[in-house]
Ligand binder design. Structure first.
Ligand code: SAM
Ligand code: SF4
Length: 464
């Protein structure tokens, strides 16, 4: 078979662009930010210029514009999810990862019964949406095992229902395998590029299947060919120059838009954290907090309709800040090890990397609401066929607001009824009462009021 090259990531083009935009004037930056306010995205040149911002005043201006765009498109909703690690076997040797094959620790994969146990613990915390995670190992973690895991997750119910959306984050694979995953009715297929910089990519993935830059970078082409419409990209910040990475991801997004009419559904922004067998000091491109905030804000203005995902790698303080001007989905109550939810309490297990936010979902929710955010457990879009291009059209026309807001309130009502203590019940009812009044269309407002009452009386899984 002919090897497909990922030549849409043009190293020379990115490097030239970054050189040419090296010192933009204040006027140029201001003009770009004014254009950004229309929430229609920016050109490569414009994004490259924004990446050069250093002064505190200009950064604050960028955050303000990003915050306005965020508010306009996402309102004050924040979607919650949790990762579920099913296997830490890995044949790769990614130099940054605790699971790499050179690290010696007792590896394992969860049996179906163990997966069900983990899912019950996640459901007990109120989760409805999970990200399935696994190392790459064709022998110990083959496709049949992954498919069986997906089936087990969707069919494990507690008294309040089951997990309603599984996003899958497994290694790059074939069109045939993507087709099988697609048939299992997944939400988004997620794969982090790690780094778009080919020489760095090859260096940090020595002697391994994952080390093939072209195969990895064209994974979403195969996923789209297989009919998966919602794909989620990401960069592991800290491996190469962040400016290069942001431009690389945007070129990747454009490639998908041009070829398949839809770009990334989500972008994840993990930062490199300490992991077993690696020393952070060996990575010269670590991104500090100030730069990280700038990156999030730039993604928000560059691709306004693409969800931005932040994990518990980051501390509670930082997460609280970046949800104001960029991030639309966060994980909560996460463990990042196989069997982690069971072992969490026992203090056992091997984590993939260190976690920065240790709060429970209940604590995260209370905090979000105190800051006027609406926590959402909505999973409606893909279940209503709002995927790929259809989702983007609805999002860009603003019509998506007619469903996202109401669905957030209904799923929050479920949460406070099923998992809340007295404090969150009162907090939630107050917030929901206030927000329902803001629903502009009177027919939708009436329907939501009716549904909220039905949920109070015990009905579940109502959505628009
Ligand atoms: N094994 C698959 C892969 O590598 O694509 C799927 C999931 S892997 C469990 C999830 C992600 O964890 C990787 O894509 C990588 O970006 C991230 N990761 C690995 N080591 C990390 C570290 N030390 N700090 C932060 N994130 C890390
Ligand atoms: Fe394996 Fe993924 Fe870790 Fe690389 S990042 S060692 S592929 S689990």
């Amino acid at each position: 078979m002919e090897k497909v090259k990922a030549d849409f990531i043009d190293q020379k083009y990115i490097e030239t662009l970054l050189m040419q935009t090296k010192s933009p004037s204040l006027k140029e930056i201001e003009d770009i930010l004014i254009k950004a306010q229309a929430a229609k995205g920016l050109t490569h040149q414009e994004v490259a210029s924004l990446l050069q911002i250093e002064s505190e005043d200009t950064l604050q201006r960028l955050f303000k514009v990003a915050g306005e765009i965020k508010k306009k498109i996402y309102g004050n909703r924040i979607v919650l999810f949790a990762p579920l690690y099913i296997s830490d076997y890995c044949v790769n040797n990614c130099v940054y990862c605790g699971y790499r094959r050179d690290n010696s620790f007792p590896r394992r994969r969860l049996s179906i019964a163990e997966i069900q146990e983990e899912v019950k613990l996640l459901e007990k915390m109120g989760h409805k949406r999970i990200a399935l995670e696994a190392g790459e190992d064709p022998l110990h973690c083959d496709m049949d095992y992954v498919l069986g895991a997906i089936d087990a997750i969707y069919t494990t119910e507690n008294k309040n229902g089951a997990i309603r959306r599984i996003n899958v984050n497994i290694a790059a694979t074939t069109v045939e395998n993507y087709r099988e995953i697609k048939e299992r009715n997944i939400g988004t297929y997620i794969l982090f590029q790690e780094t778009y910089h080919r020489p760095t990519y090859e260096r940090v993935h020595p002697q391994s299947i994952k080390g093939d830059y072209d195969y990895h970078t064209t994974a979403f082409d195969r996923a789209m060919e297989a009919g998966i419409e919602d794909v989620g990209g990401g960069i592991l910040f800290g491996l190469a120059d962040y400016k290069y990475e942001v431009m690389g991801l945007l070129l990747h997004n454009d490639h998908l838009e041009e070829k398949y009419k839809v770009g990334f559904h989500t972008i994840s922004v993990p930062r490199l954290k300490k992991a077993g067998g690696m020393d952070l000091a060996e990575f010269p491109h670590l991104v500090d907090d100030a730069t990280f905030k700038k990156i999030v804000a730039i993604f928000r203005v560059a691709v306004p309709y693409t969800g931005l995902i932040l994990s518990t790698r980051e501390t509670a303080e930082l997460r609280k800040e970046v949800i104001h001007y960029g991030v639309s989905q966060i994980s909560a109550g996460s463990t990042v090890g196989v069997g982690g939810y069971k072992e969490q309490a026992e203090g056992k297990g091997t984590a993939q990397f260190e976690v920065g936010d240790h709060r429970t979902p209940l604590e995260v929710l209370k905090d979000l609401m105190k800051n006027d955010f609406i926590p959402s457990y909505c999973t409606a879009c893909y279940r209503q066929g709002r995927t790929g291009d259809r989702f983007m059209q609805l999002a860009k026309s603003g019509q998506i607001q007619n469903v996202c807001g109401p669905n957030a309130l209904m799923t929050l009502m479920e949460f406070i009824q099923d998992y809340g203590d007295q404090e969150i019940l009162e907090q939630g009812e107050k917030l929901i009462t206030r927000e329902v009044k803001k629903i502009a269309r009177s027919d939708i407002q009436a329907l939501v009021r009716k549904n909220l009452e039905l949920i109070r009386q015990g009905e579940r899984d109502l959505f628009l």
